[in-house]
Design a protein around this ligand. Structure first.
Ligand code: F6R
Length: 264
């Protein structure tokens, strides 16, 4: 695991964009796993700027989003489809037919739909680079506390905390979806590389539990400790509760001499 601590949100976004852009250039046919929410917005802005400047091409890329609210159509302004279109896809050149976002309009036969989503990821060759945010309760995707660490794409009931964190986007709590389709923790762990971004003091407790706590289904992000290639890019505020900050800086210094594979 690499833990990269940056001064603020802007630096987190720039560092993440540097890694994502490097991965796209190294493998133009890359399969990206993407997240919504406020955290990756800066990353998307940076990637859009690189694309506009002519130095980043997504024409051979494929993408799979982590999740979507159940009950929202792609045209609903709070749907993750709408979010991704507004904040990223309408401004870059990922081919439409290679963009995958779970369908929030499903009404039955969830298992076969979710199995199909997993199969599409496999058929595309698996996710090369998965971008994640983290919830205050430690969720990644919508894998709420107590999600199986082996879980796959499925229908998931949202926790009270997640509903509280997101209900202000909706006119009233009754309009806020109570379930979502989400990739599972097992799905995320199958990605070749994982990049988790976090910013702000409200994420500090979850970040510390994910990085330094025991692996537990009570904190889904702690399962990332089982992954061989995970990088946390977090700002000072999100790093606030970590106890081993000097060590993480030392490891990063050493990556200038040794390859990260030897050190993580
Ligand atoms: C979004 C997702 C969620 C968010 C998390 C943090 O697709 O899967 O896990 O990454 O809830 O959200 P923000 O970034 O809004 O704090």
């Amino acid at each position: 695991m690499l833990v990269v601590i940056k001064k603020d949100y802007e630096e987190v976004s720039r560092e993440a964009a540097h890694i994502v852009a490097g991965a796209v250039r190294a493998k133009p046919t890359i399969v990206l796993g993407l997240a919504t929410g406020s955290t990756p917005l800066g990353l998307y802005q940076e990637l859009i700027a690189l694309h506009r400047a002519g130095s980043l091409d997504f024409s051979l890329a494929t993408s799979f989003n982590l999740d979507e609210y159940l009950g929202l159509s792609p045209s609903h302004p709070q749907s993750f489809h709408y979010f991704m279109d507004q904040q990223f896809f309408s401004q870059v050149n990922v081919p439409r037919e290679r963009i995958h976002i779970p369908d929030g309009t499903l009404s039955g036969d969830y298992d076969s739909y979710c199995g199909g989503y997993e199969q599409s990821i496999k058929s595309a060759g698996g996710i090369d680079l998965q971008v994640l945010g983290i919830g205050r309760n430690g969720h990644v995707g919508f894998n709420e506390p107590t999600s199986s660490l082996a879980s796959r794409t499925r229908l998931k009931a949202l926790s009270r905390e997640t509903i509280e964190d997101n209900r202000h986007f909706f006119a009233s709590e009754s309009e806020m979806p109570k379930c979502a389709i989400t990739m599972g923790i097992g799905t995320i762990l199958d990605s070749r590389r994982v990049l988790l971004l976090a910013s702000g003091r409200s994420k500090a407790a979850a970040v510390a539990k994910a990085i330094e706590g025991p692996i537990t289904s009570s904190v889904s992000a702690s399962a990332l400790q089982l992954h061989v290639d995970v990088t946390f890019i977090i700002d000072e505020e999100a790093a606030y509760s970590l106890t081993q900050r000097d060590y993480y800086r030392h490891v990063l210094e050493m990556t200038k001499i040794f390859t990260p594979e030897r050190l993580t």
